[in-house]
Design a protein around this ligand. Structure first.
Ligand SMILES: *[C@@H]1O[C@H](CO)[C@@H](O)[C@H](O)[C@H]1NC(C)=O
Ligand SMILES: *[C@@H]1O[C@H](CO)[C@@H](O)[C@H](O)[C@H]1NC(C)=O
Length: 303
């Protein structure tokens, strides 16, 4: 009895071991296939797709004018409202997803399109207006890592209401912190390949004569004088003020600011990226969605 049962159990043992081996192979084969497909899907969706999509974007082809024949054009990329989430309202998973997506699309675009200069037109941070020094430093470090760029590409930013607060909550400290971090002043004129860009703090164009507003307006007038002198524009007595003013390129400037200039609504905007019909019909609020009518006219006149 003993012998019979033990040999049976041995036989069973052998058979069981055999099927065990076979199913183990099957399982590991299945796992391997599953994991490689998973890896491919993740790699495609989280990495490759950015290249495939951005590869379809091309720089516009410029018709060169006789005096520009030899000049290479300036390749400028414009981004805005990156709103890096902050410590107060940001959820870590939301941060992780959004920032990965932003970083990948930005890095893929840099690699494929090789811009000379990138501008981010304000609201870099969601909570710059609230954040204490520690969270500000953390947010800035994340921003610098995500928007890192090779030395032949330049990154310039302008300030938005989320970075320093709307006009009523904007303070010197918050503005200085932003300007120091990003080496910026309102009314700064940046000239690249003969093109003048004027970077303006549009949050300070409230027109109520607040201290920050006064400084910002003075800086814009200084920029205006420089630009006028370079273009020999303005009344003759005015041009006498040009002595000692550093000459800029004589081209018309491009105004860069966070708030759009005044317009009633988006109803006249067309094209692929324009808003839906409903949104186009909704009216803009001055000093909130767009600059005030008055400030817009003033700035268009002097710049
Ligand atoms: C800051 O900007 C000024 C021009 O306004 C420039 O001369 C200077 O090199 C910049 N500093 C840094 C650290 O980029
Ligand atoms: C520059 O010229 C424009 C147009 O002539 C003028 O309105 C503006 O006041 C001038 N800017 C300065 C600072 O004089």
């Amino acid at each position: 009895m003993d012998i019979a049962s033990s040999s049976r159990s041995k036989r069973y043992g052998y058979i069981e071991l055999g099927t065990g081996k076979a199913s183990l192979n099957k399982i590991s084969w299945f796992l391997l296939k599953f994991l490689s497909s998973l890896f491919l899907v993740v790699w495609f969706c989280e990495f490759l797709v950015y290249y495939l999509v951005i590869m379809q974007c091309k720089w516009p082809i410029l018709k060169s004018t006789p005096d520009q024949d030899n000049a290479s054009p300036l390749k400028a990329m414009f981004l805005s409202d990156t709103h890096l989430l902050g410590a107060i309202r940001g959820h870590w998973f939301d941060k992780l997803r959004r920032e990965w997506q932003m970083e990948r699309s930005y890095q893929s675009a840099l690699w494929l399109l090789q811009p000379d200069i990138v501008f981010i037109l304000g609201d870099l941070f969601d909570e710059g207006k609230w954040s204490n020094t520690k969270s500000w430093d953390e947010d800035v470090a994340r921003f610098r890592r995500m928007f890192r760029h090779p030395p032949h590409t330049e990154l310039l930013v302008v300030v938005g209401n989320h970075d320093i607060g709307f006009h009523y909550e904007m303070t010197h400290d918050k503005l200085n912190r932003f300007e120091k971090t990003f080496n910026l002043t309102s009314g700064k004129v940046v000239t690249r390949k003969g093109i003048n860009f004027v970077l303006v703090n549009s949050v300070a164009l409230e027109g109520d004569n607040c201290a920050i507003c006064r400084t910002a307006e003075r800086q814009i007038i200084e920029a205006s004088l420089k630009l006028n002198c370079s273009r020999m524009r303005g009344e003759p007595p005015l041009l006498q003020n040009c002595r000692g003013v550093e000459p800029l390129s004589p081209s018309a400037p491009i105004l860069l600011q966070h708030y759009p200039l005044y317009r009633k609504s988006d109803s006249e905007c067309t094209g692929e990226d324009s808003a839906s019909q409903d949104e186009k019909n909704s009216l803009f609020q001055e000093r909130y969605d767009v600059l005030s009518h008055e400030a817009s006219e003033k700035i268009q006149l002097i710049i």
